[in-house]
Write a protein that binds this ligand. Structure first.
Ligand SMILES: [Zn+2]
Length: 134
């Protein structure tokens, strides 16, 4: 597709991943491991200590520790900066850098928020966002 067509018509891009939701009946709350706490605290700019929840397993979740799924979303708004970068065929890396500087919440950040909210596990977020260049 021609970049001038793309840059003039696109208003935003949404990426989504599904992660498994921790079972409400058996999830176990605990303090995050120090290295995980460090990563989440830095990524979300929140204070330590951080508590999260881990899967356990019970009759209600067939011993998986999870029940149901929830979406992680990353929303890229095509601003005038991004628009002109697309038009000028800027590299992926350059566009990603500009987007990050504009404060876009990445899929992984959306996942970490769900970890802090004890909706899913840290491991589940890593699994779902493993291929992300973040
Ligand atoms: Zn359970």
């Amino acid at each position: 597709m021609e970049s001038f067509l793309l840059s003039s018509t696109i208003v935003g891009v949404v990426a989504q991943r599904l992660v498994r939701r921790l079972c409400l009946h058996c999830k176990k709350e605990m303090k995050a491991d120090p290295e995980i706490e460090e990563i989440i605290s830095a990524e979300l700019s929140i204070a330590k200590p951080i508590t999260l929840a881990k899967p356990v397993g019970c009759d209600k979740c067939f011993n998986t520790g999870y029940s149901g799924r929830v979406g992680l979303f990353e929303i890229l708004k095509v601003t005038s900066d991004v628009r002109s970068m697309i038009l000028n065929k800027a590299s992926d890396q350059a566009i990603t850098k500009t987007i990050s500087a504009n404060g876009m919440k990445t899929l992984r950040m959306a996942g970490y928020q769900k970890v802090v909210d004890k909706i899913t596990s840290y491991e589940e977020v890593l699994r779902a966002t493993l291929t992300e260049n973040i």
